[in-house]
Design a protein around this ligand. Structure first.
Ligand code: NAP
Length: 281
């Protein structure tokens, strides 16, 4: 039976640490602030933005909210980003994705100053991560590293396999595991024999975007299994990319869905907001 990695509890410790850091800065007259931009009426994006605002409130971070109509032009959005880039009272800027069709996401994300890019998506920050320089790191993979470290799981020297090579999860995840001295393999849809690779993993991170894809036949006995996936099932319940019931008996540690990686993403966003004060200093 696997030990369950409690992402809710770990994310709360991270947020509490951020809260104390923010309080310390307040004593020195420094305020931490995050500008959140939402374009359009996508209900899921609305929920995510609200959760981010709530987390800011919890941590004492001032959040500035920009809710723009669906028909906002790319030009208008770029103008707003430009204004926020230049404001001394704004430390972090976040544009909620996806953006309405007709707006080029890459152009928008590239317009955010790398010094205020708390999501860690800007090519400058991605580059810094790959050459081991300090910069903002994508929140979800950064959260996975915290889950491992705070559960006492050694990464150094371990066979780490990541399923998925997206820019926001798989690739930065691989870079971070490498930075922690793991021996890292990245799998994707063209991987010839997925099971043969995943069965070698001491630490298996699954970010494939397919509900319950990974069952016990992909997992070595005693492996640590981190499930990044999140899906709403027909019965209304959430599930991950891992078939929890089948994998839990063979793993040594496992993250549940919900309550595993999910809560860490916002906690690491708060952490990046606090960090932005130093990065901007
Ligand atoms: P994505 O962009 O769809 O990437 C999925 C990756 O899985 C791709 O690299 C793809 O390979 C690979 N893949 C697909 N089918 C495969 C197969 N049969 N065998 C091997 N590899 C396969 O997804 P993402 O944005 O990285 O997200 C992954 C999951 O994490 C989703 O469930 C998403 O909802 C969730 N997520 C959760 C959080 C959170 O806060 N918890 C944050 C972000 C994402 P190719 O590159 O070859 O196409």
């Amino acid at each position: 039976m696997a030990k369950i990695i409690d992402g809710k509890a770990i994310s709360l410790s991270v947020k509490d640490e951020v809260k104390s850091g923010v309080e310390e800065l307040k004593k020195q007259g420094i305020e931490v602030s995050l500008a959140v931009i939402l374009v359009g009426n996508d209900p899921a994006s609305g929920v995510y933005v609200n959760n981010k605002k709530k987390a800011c409130e919890y941590c004492g971070i001032r959040s500035l909210s920009y809710e723009l109509p669906e028909d906002t032009s790319e030009e208008k959005l770029l103008e707003l980003i430009d204004e926020l880039n230049g404001r001394d009272d704004v430390n972090g800027i976040l544009v909620q994705l996806p953006l309405p069709s007709g707006i080029n996401e890459d152009r928008v994300l590239d317009a955010i100053s790398p010094l205020k890019d708390v999501d860690g998506f800007h090519p400058v920050n991605v580059g810094k991560l790959s050459i081991g320089k300090k910069g903002f790191v994508s929140c979800t993979p950064a959260g996975v590293i915290q889950l491992l470290k705070r559960s006492g799981i050694e990464i150094s020297g371990k066979e780490c396999v990541v399923i998925g090579r997206s820019n926001i999860v798989g690739k930065p995840m691989a870079m971070l595991l490498l930075k922690e001295n793991g021996t890292v393999t990245v799998c994707h849809s063209r991987t010839a024999d997925l099971k043969e690779v995943t069965k070698r993993a001491d630490i298996l991170v699954v970010a494939i975007g397919k509900p319950k894809f990974v069952d016990d036949s992909y997992v070595k006995d005693g492996a640590v299994v981190i499930d990044v996936g999140i899906h709403r099932q027909d019965n209304g319940k959430l599930c991950g990319d891992v078939d929890y019931e089948k994998v839990e008996p063979v793993a040594s540690y496992i993250t549940p869905v919900p309550g595993g990686v999910g809560p860490m993403t916002i906690a690491m966003l708060m952490h990046n907001c606090l960090d932005s004060v130093n990065i901007n200093a």
